[in-house]
Design a protein around this ligand. Structure first.
Ligand SMILES: CC(=O)SCCNC(=O)CCNC(=O)[C@H](O)C(C)(C)COP(=O)(O)OP(=O)(O)OC[C@H]1O[C@@H](n2cnc3c(N)ncnc32)[C@H](O)[C@@H]1OP(=O)(O)O
Ligand SMILES: N[C@@H](CCO)C(=O)O
Length: 377
């Protein structure tokens, strides 16, 4: 296994410079559900310095469409600033004077880590032949990156939504390698409701005539209609009904007449906008692979249930739900706390719903500071 500054996998922008991302080559991987990847590369970013004792490292886990660029200005090849801007830096909640912060792009993704758009052994992108990966596989890959960086035990592993799934899986499958685990707007297992919302999204992508069972890269046309519909469905679940009512009500999109053919309500235009934005930065195959990985999530699967699985973790577990989250309702955080004695239960109050874990930066910062303080003092 090696660390290199050369990318071996990327999507949309194969000619883009690597920016400030780093790349770790973690070797071949046998997957939980039987697939095999001969050569896995992980894109990651770091902030701060690893201390001599190698005990000040924090792993930040991104959500479904996030990436390793947690904080900082937009770099070369990066469309936006970090998705948690303001949390990482000197004096910040993830204080880089104290912590060495690491963020990896997830296995199966499309922002530098091996995924369906990466080159397979035949020199062509995997496309539809990319194997089924689970959250456990993703954590296994991250454990190899930790090995490469010389980090045996993380002072903290934290994330929201799909990132929270990986965080709690870390605490479960590597209990001796995590001091503090922070799980935001997430769950110990994918619920029936989450799997149900996912199904029409995957159907939309797979029904797009440009999908071709995932083998569309060589054809030069991506299944953006399907991906866009998936994002629209998902985005509604990420926001709160009351927020949409307050922001958009029954307003017409300016210049359009929704009470007739073709005109849109403002909220429809808003969803169209988010669909277009995602299509410009994300791969439909990765969307499918990561959605199915989320559906696989259950820390208790094959381990005697959630409570038995979490019993092995003796570090600090902090969970926080968003009070208006209809996709990962706060009751799922409460449930983790009930099943695992000693869990610290916090809440994030937000008008935005699930996306509150991305938007309520001040509250998230408070929770992180409080959670990490004992471990670092
Ligand atoms: C390298 C990278 O790209 S990193 C990106 C990684 N991103 C992530 O991990 C998270 C993905 N992002 C998200 O989930 C969401 O975008 C969030 C949570 C960040 C959005 O949070 P918010 O700040 O609440 O944004 P909101 O949902 O209100 O959307 C604002 C956008 O809608 C647009 N909008 C608002 N109303 C309308 C309307 N009626 N019609 C069209 N567009 C509209 C705004 O102009 C704005 O556009 P912009 O984002 O292009 O500037
Ligand atoms: N808005 C988030 C939601 C997923 O939790 C994302 O796109 O990653």
């Amino acid at each position: 296994m090696t660390i290199t500054d050369l990318p071996t996998a990327s999507f949309w922008r194969p000619g883009d410079p690597p920016g400030d991302r780093l790349f770790a080559s973690v070797g071949a991987l046998d997957l939980e559900r039987g697939g095999h990847l001969p050569d896995v590369t992980v894109a990651y970013e770091t902030w701060g310095r690893l201390n001599a004792a190698r005990d000040n490292a924090i792993l930040v886990e991104h959500a479904l469409t996030g990436d390793a660029h947690v904080d900082g200005p937009a770099g070369p090849g990066q469309a936006t600033a970090g998705w948690w801007d303001g949390l990482v830096g000197p004096g910040g909640p993830l204080d880089t004077d104290r912590w060495f912060v690491v963020a990896t792009n997830v296995l199966g993704g499309c922002q530098g880590t091996t995924g369906p758009s990466s080159e397979a052994a035949d020199g062509l992108p995997y496309g539809g032949s990319f194997p089924f990966v689970t959250i456990r596989d993703q954590v296994e890959v991250e454990a190899r990156v930790a090995d490469l960086l010389g980090i045996h035990r993380w002072a903290g592993v934290l994330g929201g939504s799909m990132g929270g799934m990986r965080a709690i899986e870390w605490a479960t499958s590597h209990p001796d390698r995590v001091s503090t685990c922070i799980v935001l707007a997430s769950t110990a297992y994918a619920t029936a409701d989450q799997i149900a919302w996912c199904q029409p999204q995957l159907l939309a992508i797979r029904s797009d005539p440009n999908f071709h069972d995932g083998d569309y890269y060589e054809r030069g046309v991506a299944p953006l209609d399907g991906l866009g519909i998936a994002r629209r469905i998902a985005h509604v679940t990420y926001r709160h009904e009351g927020e949409l009512a307050e922001r958009f009500g029954r307003d017409a999109q300016p210049g359009e007449e929704p009470l007739g053919h073709g005109g849109r309500f403002a909220v429809e235009s808003y969803l169209d906008h988010h669909a277009g934005k995602l299509g410009a930065r994300f791969d439909a195959n990765s969307y499918v692979v990561l959605s199915e990985a989320m559906n696989s999530h259950d820390v208790g699967r094959g381990r005697g249930g959630v409570a038995a699985a979490l019993a092995a973790f003796t570090g600090t577990l902090v969970v926080a739900g968003v009070d208006t989250d209809r996709l990962y309702p706060a009751r799922l955080s409460d449930e983790i706390a009930a099943l695992r004695p000693g869990t610290v239960l916090r809440h994030i109050s937000s008008r935005y719903g699930h996306d509150g874990f991305l938007i309520e930066i001040d509250r998230v910062g408070e929770i992180l500071r409080e959670a990490l303080e004992p471990a670092g003092s």
